[in-house]
Design a binder for this molecule. Structure first.
Ligand code: NAD
Length: 322
């Protein structure tokens, strides 16, 4: 019996795989695409590859026959589906690719869960589905029919398709809406990682808008705790076989303050370059986590003030190794 993690070589996936390997047989599917340097994804998996309970299958979730081979090879009890084209801004440049990977790829996996009777499905969703939501903090039952980027629209469409498969075939689905995740291995194009690199190298930091946009930043350890808390048997005991949960810290930080925290951790000053607001960006994200706390026992612990120095420490160690 094994757990399938799609996108297991990525930032969040590789941390999850390591955690699961403490108790489970884990199958990881990843295509090591070049959205960012695939060598980083190979490095992410180095600890997992030491374990005999780890099985890596390289391939594309859009390739149904490849994916079917994985479902045939391993008796799976659950799927944690994290493989996706991530990121708001790049989705404006290549919406067809986002639709193809996130839409068709997710449908392939749901189809195989139906065919091979895998009843537990966790979906790596996104706070971007809330769009420009004036009601804060964001609750799972907020009205969300107006996504403002192709990425957000694919993630919302994925949630709906998950519901359809739950309704038709009894698959237990837990959608987890992640709020900007950061920590060791964060994707290099994400703000915290990118700002850290630019400030460290003395290069200009492009800041979109007036610096007042706010995000709910979630540390990796907290996201992994939330994902683990959503797994069966706990999920089964909840008796809510399709459900959606926010995973955030439930605190928001202005962009300007974020830059200050990175400057302090690095001991260097940023050279800011102000740029206009980016289409597709939202002014604020802010998670209401009362449902996740109450039903999952989710309990985020790492504040941004603690997490940024931890991230910068990792960044500096990586720099020495490269
Ligand atoms: P990531 O890009 O580091 O991880 C995604 C992994 O999926 C990568 O290793 C990639 O190679 C793999 N992948 C992509 N397309 C694939 C395909 N067609 N076939 C097989 N593998 C494929 O991103 P991440 O930040 O770890 O995000 C993981 C998940 O969480 C994604 O679904 C993302 O949308 C979601 N999410 C992330 C954040 C965040 O802040 N990092 C926020 C909200 C939602």
């Amino acid at each position: 019996m094994a757990v399938l993690v799609t996108g297991g070589a990525g930032f969040i996936g590789s941390h999850l795989v390591e955690k699961l390997l403490n108790t489970e047989e884990v199958v990881c599917v990843d295509d090591f695409n070049d959205f960012y340097d695939p060598a980083i994804k190979r490095r992410n998996l180095e600890p997992a590859l030491q374990s005999r309970n780890f099985h890596l299958r390289q391939g594309d979730i859009r390739d149904l026959s490849f994916m079917e081979g994985v479902f045939r090879e391993f008796p799976l009890t659950e799927v944690i589906h994290l493989a996706a084209r991530a990121g708001v801004r790049p989705s404006l440049k290549d919406p067809l690719l986002y639709e193809d990977v996130n839409g068709r790829g997710t449908l392939n996996i749901l189809e195989l869960c139906r065919k091979y009777e895998v009843k537990n499905f966790i979906f790596g969703g996104s706070s971007s589905v809330y769009g420009i939501n004036n009601k804060i903090p964001f609750s799972e039952d907020d009205e969300i029919s107006k996504p403002v980027s192709p990425y957000a629209a694919t993630k919302r469409a994925n949630e709906l398709m998950c519901y359809t498969y739950h309704h038709l075939y009894g698959i237990h689905v837990t959608v987890l809406r992640f709020f900007t995740v950061y920590g060791p291995r964060q994707r290099p194009e994400m703000a915290i990682h990118k700002f850290t690199r630019l400030i460290d190298e003395g290069l200009e930091v492009p800041l979109y808008g007036d610096g007042s946009s706010r995000r709910d930043y979630t540390y990796t350890d907290d996201i992994i705790q939330g994902i683990m808390a959503a797994r069966p048997p706990k999920a089964d005991r909840r008796g809510r076989p399709y459900d959606i949960f926010n995973l955030g810290e439930s605190r928001t930080t202005e962009l300007g303050k974020l830059v200050t925290l990175i400057e302090e951790a690095l001991g260097k000053k940023a050279r800011i370059k102000r740029l206009p607001d980016q289409p597709g960006d939202v002014p604020v994200t802010y998670a209401d986590i009362s449902k996740s706390k109450g039903l999952l026992g989710y309990n985020p612990r790492v504040s941004l003030e603690e997490g940024i120095p931890l991230f910068v420490k990792w960044y500096q160690e990586m720099k020495v190794k490269r």
